[in-house]
Ligand binder design. Structure first.
Ligand SMILES: [Zn+2]
Ligand SMILES: [Zn+2]
Length: 251
């Protein structure tokens, strides 16, 4: 600001200087001058070139300082943001658990939301949300580490392990991600029958389950030949048939 004020008075200073030079005889051709003419002209040249140069340097300095301040303030803003979520700058590949429910099998989160193999998240709390929203829970979740998901699998025995890629806007947690859209890369079939937990699994079967509020739903399990023996043909799917139904590769 002070610099701008100085620039405003610059023409006045120049006029005063010119007047001074005139009074001192800088423009006359008399030889009996108080100050030599060449010295006065040199002084004018210096003033005309050096002072604007000083202004330019001043502006560059102020500009740089302003940038620094702006940078610091934007840093502090993004710091507050990152204290809640971290925007990832890496590929969001992860793992998660899902149930397979429905008469026609569909992937279902442990919270009960169903989704296709390639889907964009929607918010059940606010239709105006395009997930993920910072102070909401909406969006697709995934653990970053296989170990973490594998541990969750041991305490959720009816569920399946999925490998997923997340896309779009995403937030990064210390354990994983929450993002806008999701593509299921694959479903890992359990090595053992999900019913007897002894024999190797061979086929998917579905059963009625009693849920909360007296509702029932179909839940699919991967079972051995013995534990799937009593199921009717329409309640069974081979691995290939399940891959087709879910459009997910089963490994
Ligand atoms: Zn939401
Ligand atoms: Zn079994």
């Amino acid at each position: 600001m002070r610099l701008i004020r100085l620039i405003r008075i610059y023409p006045v200073v120049v006029i005063c200087l010119l007047a001074l030079v005139y009074l001192l005889g800088g423009f006359s051709n008399q030889s009996d001058q108080l100050v030599p003419k060449s010295a006065l002209i040199t002084l004018l040249y210096i003033f005309a070139s050096v002072v604007p140069l000083l202004f330019i340097i001043g502006f560059i300095y102020i500009g740089a300082a302003g940038n620094k301040v702006a940078k610091q303030s934007s840093n502090s803003k993004s710091f507050n943001y990152q204290s809640v979520f971290d925007l990832p700058n890496e590929q969001m590949s992860g793992y998660k658990l899902a149930l397979i429910t429905g008469r026609n099998p569909i992937l279902t989160g442990l919270t009960g939301d169903t989704y296709l193999a390639d889907a964009s998240a929607s918010c059940s709390k606010d239709v105006n949300h395009v997930p993920p929203v910072v102070d909401c829970e909406c969006g697709f979740y995934a653990y970053r580490d296989l170990d973490e998901a594998a541990f969750e699998l041991t305490i959720n025995p009816g569920s399946f392990l999925l490998a997923v890629d997340l896309y779009g806007v995403g937030f990064k947690y210390d354990r994983g991600y929450r993002a806008e859209s999701q593509v299921v890369r694959g479903l890992k079939k359990p090595s053992r029958c999900q019913h007897c937990r002894i024999l190797p699994g061979k086929v998917f079967v579905t059963n009625y389950r009693m849920g909360y509020d007296d509702t029932t739903w179909w839940q699919w399990q991967f079972r051995c030949l013995v534990c799937s023996n009593s199921h009717k043909a329409q309640d069974k799917l081979s691995i290939t048939q399940m891959e087709k139904a879910l459009t997910v590769v089963i490994t």
